[in-house]
Design a binder for this molecule. Structure first.
Ligand code: ZN
Length: 404
């Protein structure tokens, strides 16, 4: 016999578990809005953990009528799991159903946190992960606890709270090692490496990313292998070890291309191009930025397209190809204005100014530097200092030559 739950209670219970069956072995999406149309959708029902009336499954006479009809006594299941739970009370005990309910709630909170994080809302993500962590600790689910801590670390890092990120990440890592979860261990090491680099502890970052790489290879996770290689490249770049950075970037690119993740390929090509540029290999830098530009256009990444055009402009400038540099800078400028990226806009105006100065067009250089300076002052960007210096070097308006 089924209890008479209010419609509101049904809504609450379904929402608590993200409109999915609470049986951890089922987790089928139930009626309600969802994102993946390929998923089979079943009707969801509220089952009573303790039967509402005598004779029903798991009836407990010590509970009051109110307790039996409260939301706490309900669990959201698909129809099939509800039927099984009510037909075999020896197997589907009160304890088992209560554990399912908590686990499903924790899993939903973790999903919710990830959704917030992907949307760039790290604050709300932290709220959801902290609730998931509380659920995990209440039911003693170490795996869920470790994942919640790992995700908390990521969210803290996004907010720039690096010490908190490291603290949560180290706890998550310890749990993954304790329960022998190699995949999570690798993921936590990868995130810890990012936090250590953020803190400027690059050697420690390299140590974490190297371990993460070993684990990714051991478990055969190609995607993570590519990500960790890319991060190792960034660590070496941060240390100024450019040849090592390039070596890692190239290995990462090979894997990312194989997987076909074009967005990541584009950003890795951008990093590789920067390493070639810093190494003074301008021709290679230009070729790499061209490839990155093409991908940014293909995937419709306007910000990436603007950055790559700006990078390419610099490479052509260094190669002495003024006309191509101007074309790239002008393209970057148009995109920066379109998407409202003031930093790229300021950089590009300043670089166009430098190019004009190089070509001896001093009045034009001055106008461009002034426009760049206004933007850098607006957004309080440190490049304002350099542009002011260049303006002083150009001398007073009307003379145009360098002052000595
Ligand atoms: Zn089910």
């Amino acid at each position: 016999m089924r209890g008479e739950f209010e419609l509101k209670a049904k809504e609450i219970l379904a929402r608590q578990v993200g409109h999915r069956c609470s049986n951890p072995h089922c987790r089928r999406p139930t009626d309600g809005p969802r994102t993946d149309p390929a998923m089979e959708v079943a009707a969801g029902v509220v089952a009573c953990i303790v039967a509402a009336s005598p004779g029903g499954p798991r009836y407990d006479p010590t509970l009051s009528r109110d307790e039996r009809s409260s939301v706490d006594n309900g669990i959201w299941l698909c129809q099939e799991c509800a039927r099984r739970a009510d037909s075999d009370e020896q197997h589907y005990t009160v304890d088992r159903l209560r554990r399912w309910k908590c686990r499903a709630e924790g899993a939903h909170l973790a999903d919710l946190g990830e959704t917030y994080l992907n949307r760039g809302d790290a604050r709300r993500a932290i709220g959801a992960f902290e609730q998931a962590l509380a659920v995990a600790r209440r039911i003693g689910d170490r795996g869920m606890e470790g994942n919640a801590l790992g995700n908390l670390g990521v969210a803290h890092r996004r907010l720039g709270r690096v010490r908190q990120a490291i603290e949560a990440g180290e706890q998550a890592l310890a749990i993954a090692r304790e329960i022998g979860d190699r995949r999570s261990e690798g993921a936590h090491l990868g995130n810890l490496g990012l936090a250590y680099r953020h803190l400027g502890e690059v050697r420690k970052a390299i140590e974490c990313h190297e371990w993460a790489l070993v684990i990714a290879r051991e478990v055969g996770d190609r995607r993570s292998e590519g990500v960790h290689l890319g991060n190792l490249g960034n660590d070496c770049y941060a240390l100024g070890e450019l040849s090592r950075a390039i070596d890692h970037y190239e290995q990462a690119l090979e894997i990312t291309r194989e997987i076909g993740d074009r967005r990541v390929v584009g950003s890795q090509l951008g990093n590789l191009g920067s390493a070639y540029r810093d190494l003074g290999e301008m021709q290679k830098a230009a070729e790499t930025f061209e490839q990155a530009l093409e991908i940014a256009r293909q995937v419709g990444d306007r910000r990436g397209e603007g950055s790559r055009l700006s990078n390419l402009g610099n490479a052509y400038f260094e190669l002495g190809e003024a006309q191509r540099a101007v074309e790239c800078y002008e393209g970057a400028l148009a995109i920066a204005r379109e998407i409202g990226d003031r930093r790229i806009e300021g950089n590009t105006l300043a670089n166009l100014g430098l190019l004009a100065r190089e070509l001896g067009e001093m009045p034009r250089a001055r106008r461009l530097f002034h426009r760049a300076l206004r933007i850098f002052e607006d957004i309080e960007h440190p490049s304002a200092v350099r542009v002011r210096l260049w303006l002083v070097e150009l001398g007073p308006i009307g003379i145009g030559g360098l002052l000595h």
